[in-house]
Design a protein around this ligand. Structure first.
Ligand SMILES: Cc1ncc(C[n+]2csc(CCOP(=O)(O)OP(=O)(O)O)c2C)c(N)n1
Length: 562
């Protein structure tokens, strides 16, 4: 075995990160300067962001597309901002590794300038967070942070380096080999196959039930289980609903596709899941969003649940047959066992009719020729414009609902990423996504309210040549919130609207002031050419689409239960 020479922490860290195949890291000055210089020498591009939260979102978008850890960095006073940016990757189950500086131990507990305790800030948004006090501990702790970030369930981890800029760790010596992950694993890091007896029980329950609905979640998407989900759906004649995050796990126009279920949904999926006599959850957290506050399906519905994380099994539905294992690998076994049984196709046909009826009611809006454009028409144009291997990055709120209900995805080469809840996430995340997949087209779909958050990253996009298309659904306000404030204000004309209205702002003028191309769309016929020009461009482009704030996004169907 070759003896590794001793090297500085900065060299070790840079070589170890570069050795994983990492292409970019995301940071705000002043942190780990020696490491960043070494990384650049090794061909890893440091992306300087304008806020720590944006840097975290960029690392998140990068990690979700790479299916491997994304790294973000901030100095001590930026740690709180960085931690706030970890909320979305925590909720979205993304392996972001945050590196911060912290003043060395002799500065602690004596009113150090610019510093509060870091541990509590990171506790709620990481699976693992630890101080790193010596360079000798760096290899072990970084390897653990890496392993923990990737392990089921993938989530952020954090290392708090001694030294305001992490410099104490950079300057110390280590002779460990600069290797983090000798097997360079992607999500899922492991594919354990469920116990044979559990798979048999699940198969028996699924084949005995006549009306089975499948709800595939973010864990199924992370496991890349789309083909196995579809094969099972075909075998059981079972419609497939998804979480918002798993949108596009199967082709959204497939005859068995029921769409997104839960609270960010169009009516069909909830009606279909509610009408099932047994629900199969695959890699699905059964949280409030996908189950419409645990009303769809009803709490006592028989459930089969396949999940890689044992704590998810039976978490919210007591009548559950649990199958612990990687969704893709376990479904493959289940499919072998089930084969092609003779099935009553009545439920699948009923589900297809529900979807077709809803699509028929939406068709006029999707092709509406009125100006300004309907958001439905905007979505239809995005469907047409997104390349077969395109990446769609959606913001939260209505941007999640519009894209999750109205934009069709091919279930093959396209990728859909969505904010796990933090308004403004999508634009920085789309920059990270593009860094991870420079050969693919990335389209960010955001409201104007979301876009305002990180406008400064337009400068980053231009400076670093990150060619994303940003589609702004510019309705001069928080459209989603209009209904709620009006209701609370007693539905009196005009009252409460100042809480949610702003603008108008021309985002093409904003873009141009950052040196970024902008295309303003005020007439519906300009929409398709604008999207096509933007997507073809080898530079970032803002497509500022003027829309009306009044029309409401699709609302979910809810069961009438006492
Ligand atoms: C950090 C954060 N703050 C507040 C919210 C609440 N929120 C959700 S959607 C939304 C409005 C979104 O407005 P915009 O991005 O303009 O899209 P629109 O609804 O108009 O389509 C707000 C304020 C949130 N999700 N995240």
């Amino acid at each position: 075995m070759s003896e590794e020479r001793s090297m500085k922490g900065s060299e070790w860290l840079a070589r170890a990160l570069a050795g994983t195949g990492m292409t970019h890291v995301f940071f705000v000055e002043s942190v780990l300067r020696r490491t960043l210089l070494e990384l650049a020498d090794l061909g890893v591009t440091p992306i300087l962001a304008h806020s720590e939260k944006a840097a975290a979102y960029m690392a998140d978008g990068y990690a979700r597309v790479m299916r491997r850890p994304g790294v973000c960095m901030a100095q001590s006073v930026g740690a709180a901002n960085l931690a706030s940016g970890l909320q979305d990757p925590y909720l979205g189950r993304s392996p972001v590794i945050a590196l911060t500086g912290r003043k060395e131990p002799s500065f602690q507990h004596r009113n150090a300038y610019q510093e509060v305790a870091h541990a509590p800030l990171f506790a709620a948004v990481t699976k693992f967070s630890t101080p790193v006090d010596t360079t000798g501990e760096l290899p072990r702790l970084l390897r653990h942070a890496w392993r923990a970030a990737l392990a089921d369930t993938p989530r952020p981890t954090h290392l708090d380096f001694s030294g305001l800029q992490g410099d104490v760790i950079e300057l110390g010596q280590t002779s460990e080999p600069p290797v983090i992950d000798p097997e360079a694993r992607r999500i899922p890091a492991h594919r354990p196959v469920a116990d044979a007896a559990d798979i048999e029980r699940a198969a028996a329950a699924l084949t005995a039930a006549r009306r089975v609905a499948i709800v595939a979640g973010d864990g199924a998407a992370a496991s890349e289980a789309g083909p196995e989900v579809l094969a099972l759906a075909e075998a059981l004649a079972a419609p497939v609903a998804t979480t918002l995050g798993a949108r596009g796990i199967i082709p959204t126009t497939h005859r068995l596709s029921a769409g997104v279920a839960g609270s960010y949904s169009a009516p069909p999926a909830n009606r279909i899941v509610d009408g099932a006599e047994l629900v199969l959850f695959v890699g699905c957290d059964t949280g409030d969003q996908v189950t419409l506050n645990w009303t769809v399906p009803a709490r006592d519905t028989p459930v089969v649940q396949i999940d890689a994380d044992p704590v998810e099994i039976g978490r919210s539905y007591p009548n559950t047959i649990g199958v612990l294992g990687d969704p893709k690998a376990s479904l493959a076994r289940l499919n072998l066992l089930i084969g092609r049984p003779a099935r009553d196709t009545g439920f699948a046909e009923e589900a297809a009719r529900i979807v077709a009826d809803w699509r028929a009611t939406m068709a006029p809006l999707l092709e509406s020729a009125s100006s300004p454009s309907s958001v439905e028409r905007l979505c239809a144009e995005v469907t047409r414009a997104l390349p077969p291997d395109g990446i769609l990055v959606a913001d939260t709120g209505y941007s999640g609902i519009w894209t999750g209900t109205m934009i069709e995805l091919n279930g093959a080469g396209q990728t859909y990423l969505r904010a796990a809840g933090s308004l403004g996430w999508s634009f920085p995340a789309s920059l990270g996504a593009k860094c991870a997949a420079p050969g693919r087209k990335v389209l960010c779909f955001t409201g104007d309210g979301g876009f305002y958050y990180h406008l400064a990253e337009l400068e980053t996009a231009r400076r670093c040549g990150i060619a994303v298309t940003v589609v702004v659904n510019n309705n001069s306000g928080f459209g989603q919130n209009l209904t709620g404030v009006r209701r609370i204000a007693g539905n009196r004309p005009g009252r409460g609207e100042e809480l949610v209205r702003f603008g108008p702002t021309d985002f093409t003028a904003v873009a141009r002031s950052f040196g970024v191309r902008g295309i303003r769309v005020e007439r519906v016929d300009a929409l398709a050419p604008a999207l096509s020009e933007a997507i073809q461009a080898d530079e970032p482009v803002v497509v500022d689409v003027v829309t009306d704030i009044e029309p409401r996004a699709p609302a979910p169907w809810a069961p009438a239960r006492p």
